[in-house]
Design a binder for this molecule. Structure first.
Ligand SMILES: Nc1nc2c(ncn2[C@@H]2O[C@H](COP(=O)(O)OP(=O)(O)O)[C@@H](O)[C@H]2O)c(=O)[nH]1
Ligand SMILES: [Mg+2]
Length: 321
């Protein structure tokens, strides 16, 4: 299948074409580069929401609820779940897939999980590619669910238009421990499982923390994905952010869009440099190490030599496969 035809099928929102295109990104950088070239500058219509927070707080459940609500509004939804397990042992997301089974029959919803490990140069470069593909496939909202407060999360934050941090009652110490990191990334804070005791305390804690981070004014909302309570208020808040994003010729929307585009450019460039370096490291580093061991070169000089004569290569070679 040639890239032009795949791009054309993608533009029709064909889910099999989307799946195939993402596989290209995952497996072979050159194929993905060709496809992105065929797509061209893209639409820039898709609103990218990063969904993060500690494991078990109900991120997947909320994504599910949000998907329902977005679909009622006639919006097309792409869901990318970042899977922390290795591609070989996989399965952590099986529960999520089962919960989301209702949506798998819906042509307006595309769900895909991506392994978080094995991306030379970090995950966000790959996510940037996938975002462009889903945008080309006419998605209105792309939700990227990451697990825990780790590298994958901060990676995804760079390319998202907005970040929703999902917490739950009784997380006190965890939240305290990662307070700074958490309060830096969120635009919307959700205390999920509000049907359990202690939700109000968590909200109060969060509001106090938000005040400590001057200059930022995130929303803090109480929700129960299980009881479907507070979801419409949450969607309302997210829709207001998306409206700003869509009216992006000025003000806050322009800021949001530019920040994400800058993230996509730098993350894509970073990945290329690192993939390129990795390629050269494999072949050259052995000989350079010998030279350093024989005290003919310093480590600095060897590193300089490694960085010389950069060859242009684009790719997403995965170490972990
Ligand atoms: N009581 C309660 N449980 C919930 C709620 N939302 C999700 N859960 C449960 O919390 C667990 C983790 O949910 P999941 O969506 O997989 O969390 P994730 O790891 O953050 O994606 C599951 O057993 C859900 O059924 C909620 O609003 N209330
Ligand atoms: Mg999940």
């Amino acid at each position: 299948l040639d890239t032009k035809e795949l791009a054309a099928r993608l533009a029709k929102g064909d889910r099999r074409a989307v799946a195939k295109a993402i596989t290209l990104v995952e497996n072979d950088g050159a194929g993905a580069a060709g496809l992105l070239k065929a797509i061209g500058p893209g639409l820039g219509n898709a609103f990218v929401l990063g969904v993060t927070g500690p494991p078990g707080t109900g991120k997947s459940s909320l994504v599910d609820r949000l998907t329902e609500s977005y679909r009622k509004r006639g919006l097309k939804v792409g869901i990318v779940a970042i899977d922390p397990t290795s591609p070989l042992t996989g399965g952590a997301l099986l529960g999520d897939r089962i919960r989301m089974v209702d949506h798998t029959l819906d042509q307006g919803v595309f769900i895909r999980s991506m392994a978080s490990r094995g991306w030379a140069g970090g995950l966000s470069g790959a996510v940037a590619d996938v975002i462009q593909l889903l945008d080309a496939a006419r998605m209105d909202v792309i939700m990227v669910e990451t697990v825990g407060i780790g590298q994958a999360d901060t990676d995804v934050v760079r390319v998202a238009h907005a970040v929703m941090v999902v917490l739950m009652p009784g997380l006190g110490d965890d939240v305290q421990a990662s307070k700074a990191g958490l309060m830096e990334i969120g635009d919307v804070y959700v205390v999920n499982k509000a049907d359990l005791p202690g939700a109000d305390d968590t909200v109060v804690d969060l509001l106090a923390m938000a005040r400590d981070f001057k200059g930022r004014d995130p929303s803090v909302l109480k929700v129960s994905a299980a009881k479907k309570e507070g979801v419409e208020v949450l969607v309302g808040v997210l829709e207001r952010i998306r409206a700003k994003f869509l009216a992006s010729d000025q003000g806050r929307g322009r800021e949001i869009r530019l920040r994400s585009i800058k993230g996509m450019i730098t993350e894509t460039a970073r990945r290329r440099v690192l993939v390129d370096l990795e390629g050269r490291t494999d072949s050259k580093v052995e000989a350079l190490a010998e030279e350093v061991m024989k005290r003919r070169l310093t480590v600095d000089e060897a590193a300089d030599t490694l960085l010389e004569g950069k060859e242009r290569r684009r790719g997403t070679r995965r170490r972990a496969r």
